[in-house]
Design a protein around this ligand. Structure first.
Ligand code: UGA
Length: 455
């Protein structure tokens, strides 16, 4: 049934699942977004996105109104409704280890499977260790009714927070890991809206059809490559710092070579978020289990380079404030530091593994009075790091500060007037942790400006 326009469900309505549910309704599918969290489902049903993602609110309300989209906390309702069920739950880092915690996948699959009474497809989207799809097949075999014919497929996603709507509607590729022609045809039908939209815009969306293991690996390989690119340029930043070179010029120069490319070469505070850091760790752990640990040893170095950038900001802060570190680290007691940015990057409220918050916590340990401001991440930041102060506005954070640290590249910070801020601050000292400010403009306004990997 449903091979023309299958009915779709998305299990897990976090950044990934909620965006998919809304966008696929926008593409014309009938959709249910499922979550066990009643609060999230109540909000979504009421037209409120429980997190910040540009453009998503509007599309949510439009598609609720269209009648194509609804949300549910009932596995039974979701199972009866859908032809294709996408698993979009989180796979966080395991407590006390590097590997991925698959318990949300397990509960989603074993939650829905008993109610699947007819032929249906379960498609994994979450980022997982290679081998998970086969394990999901076994879970389904154990928990689905004997009469039902359930197949499994894997189709990783590559959306970036902040651009999620665009990335889902207009993906640069679709990867499917399938075992049967039926699953392949079903997934084609489930993606047809994306292909049709592309056709109207004279684009094509490349499709890579492969086996389970490859489909699972594509995702972690892509994220590992991106993380490596960022750590590569941050390693160059370290060398620039000791040689007087400018990593922003270096990145521009090497990026002109199309074999290298100019994207993801922004040196700064390094990568954070709910994906890259935990994905490179889980990838190493899985490779180790499979006996290929040596092949991914470089990812450990990628991680270390990344974390060193955070310490670098604290060292630079101590240097700028004339309080170089003693044996117990720097002592910044009595000084106010404004931390601008709490999210892991701009245009999201996501603070998972945010380099900015990690630096705020480290600065807090030096005895400094740390005052944080973020345009979207305040609620999440307060919960994650309650022991620093929070200001309601950019200007309140900067007022009387001895040092300003810009740690997320929000437009509000990039566009702020350094002359006005200079009048509020106790001292004109700024660290640009993301190399996102106009250094010349800040220096002209009297600021002692320090970027990352640049003189
Ligand atoms: C990342 C990948 O880019 C997506 O393709 C993938 O689908 C997603 O993870 C996922 O696995 O779900 P995301 O976590 O939203 O997406 O964030 P990115 O835009 O990749 O940024 C990651 C971090 O790297 C941020 O902290 C960002 O500030 C930093 N970054 C990025 C740099 O420091 N330099 C750069 O040049 C680019």
């Amino acid at each position: 049934s449903g091979a023309q326009r299958p009915r779709l469900t998305f299990l897990g309505t976090g950044y990934l699942g909620a965006t998919y549910a809304v966008c696929y309704a926008e593409l014309g599918y009938e959709v249910i977004g499922f979550d066990v969290d009643q609060d999230k489902i109540a909000k979504l049903s009421d037209g409120q996105v429980p997190f910040h993602e540009p453009g998503l609110d509007e599309l949510l309300r439009k598609n609720l109104a269209s009648g194509r989209l609804r949300f549910s906390t009932s596995y039974e309702e979701t199972a009866e409704f859908g032809d294709v069920h996408f698993i979009c739950v989180g796979t966080p880092q395991r407590a006390g280890g590097l590997g991925a915690d698959l318990s949300y996948i397990e509960s989603a699959v074993t939650g829905i499977a008993p109610f699947l009474n007819r032929k249906a497809l379960i498609v994994g989207k979450s980022t997982v260790p290679v081998g998970t799809a086969t394990w999901v097949e076994e879970l389904v075999a154990k928990s689905a009714p004997e009469s039902s014919e359930i197949e499994v497929a894997w189709s990783p996603e590559f959306l970036q927070e902040g651009f999620a709507v665009e990335d889902v509607l207009r993906p640069n590729r679709i990867v499917v890991g399938v075992k049967s022609e039926w699953a392949d045809a079903m997934l084609y039908a489930a993606h047809k809206g994306v292909f049709d939209l592309a056709a109207t815009e004279d684009r094509e969306v490349p499709v890579v059809t492969t086996d389970f293991a490859t489909a699972e690996l594509v995702k972690v390989a892509a994220n590992a490559f991106l993380a490596t690119k960022i750590s590569f340029i941050n390693a160059m930043a370290e060398v620039c710092e000791v040689s007087g070179a400018d990593v922003t010029h270096l990145a521009r120069a090497i990026g002109h070579d199309p074999r290298i490319g100019n994207k993801f070469l922004q040196a700064g505070l390094g990568f954070g978020g709910g994906c890259l850091p935990k994905d490179i760790r889980a990838f190493q752990a899985r490779a180790q289990e499979l006996g290929a640990g040596e092949a991914l040893r470089f990812l450990h170095e990628v991680d270390l380079i990344n974390l060193r950038r955070r310490t670098r900001v604290v060292t630079l802060a101590a240097e700028l404030l004339g309080r170089p570190a003693g044996p117990a680290g720097p002592n910044l007691t009595g000084l106010k530091v404004a931390v601008l940015g709490a999210t892991f990057k701009a245009n999201t409220d996501d603070i998972r593994d945010a380099p900015s918050l990690a630096v705020a916590a480290m600065l807090n340990k030096t005895g400094a009075r740390v005052v944080v401001f973020d345009p979207q991440g305040m609620d999440n930041a307060r919960k994650a790091l309650p022991d620093v102060e929070y200001a309601d506005t950019l200007t309140a954070a900067v007022t009387d500060a001895d040092l300003v640290c810009v740690l997320t590249e929000w437009a509000e910070f990039r566009n702020a007037d350094p002359a006005t801020l200079g009048e509020l601050a106790a001292s004109r000292k700024v660290i640009d942790g993301k190399n996102c400010l106009d250094a010349g403009q800040w220096r002209a306004a009297g600021w002692d400006y320090r970027g990352m990997g640049r003189p």
